[in-house]
Ligand binder design. Structure first.
Ligand code: 13P
Length: 211
């Protein structure tokens, strides 16, 4: 995919997330690794519903701003994933309501705040979803904490803030962010009930079969 095709796809997927309420206002940011080196990332304070593909920020391989509008203040969050996950081709950060609600629960499980309820959550998001402690948005101190958590996880949940999800491609990362939000909705719907969770063997089978 050329850079201009990637810019167009990023704007299209972001608009789709916004239209369906996965992001509101200027919340959320999305980045993608370019085949020719470097990254694209959504501009700071931009609305995911109205991105101009030509103005999406361009970063070089060292995450320096080299083109487009001023990049998201969460570059550190995205860099944390790319630095420890060579398989990550894109990163999506949202404040989607259900996942953020789980991130606000005082008694959320720090290793798996959303249990393995359905196959697609496991297939897209993986085995674990570490909960990373609260940092102020844009605080560079979050980078080492996210990097440590993302070493063994495709996605993390930032306490009182929201999810950060990686994927092999832009489309994969967006799909995983959507599955995470739906899994959070189910987890909240079933809070206080006794749901049947997928077993360890079923989770292993999904990850062996679908990667
Ligand atoms: P930016 O507008 O700088 O990308 O920040 C939005 C956001 O979601 C902060 O967490």
């Amino acid at each position: 995919m050329t850079e201009s095709e990637t810019r167009a796809l990023l704007a299209e997927l972001a608009a789709s997330l916004f239209a369906r309420g996965f992001s509101v206002g200027s919340a959320g940011n999305i980045s993608v690794r370019l085949a020719e080196g470097g990254y694209l990332i959504t501009p700071t304070n931009s609305c995911l519903g109205r991105l101009d593909p030509a103005r999406i920020a361009r970063l070089d391989a060292e995450f320096r701003h080299v083109g487009g509008d001023k990049p998201s203040k969460e570059v550190f969050m995205h860099r944390a994933f790319y630095s420890v996950r060579p398989d990550a081709g894109a990163v999506v950060h949202l404040h989607s309501t259900m996942a953020t609600a789980v991130a606000c629960l005082a008694d959320a499980d720090a290793v798996n705040p959303i249990p393995p309820l359905t196959p697609y959550f496991v297939m897209r998001v993986g085995r674990t979803l570490p909960l990373v402690r609260y940092f102020r948005p844009g605080d560079p101190a979050m980078e080492p904490a996210i990097a440590a958590a993302a070493r063994d996880a495709r996605a993390v949940l930032l306490a009182n803030h929201g999810p950060v999800v990686s994927g092999k491609t832009l489309t994969d990362a967006v799909h995983a962010a959507e599955e995470l939000e739906e899994a959070a909705r189910l987890a909240l719907l079933l809070r206080g009930a006794s749901p049947r969770l997928l077993t360890g063997a079923q989770v292993d089978d999904l990850l062996i079969t679908f990667g």
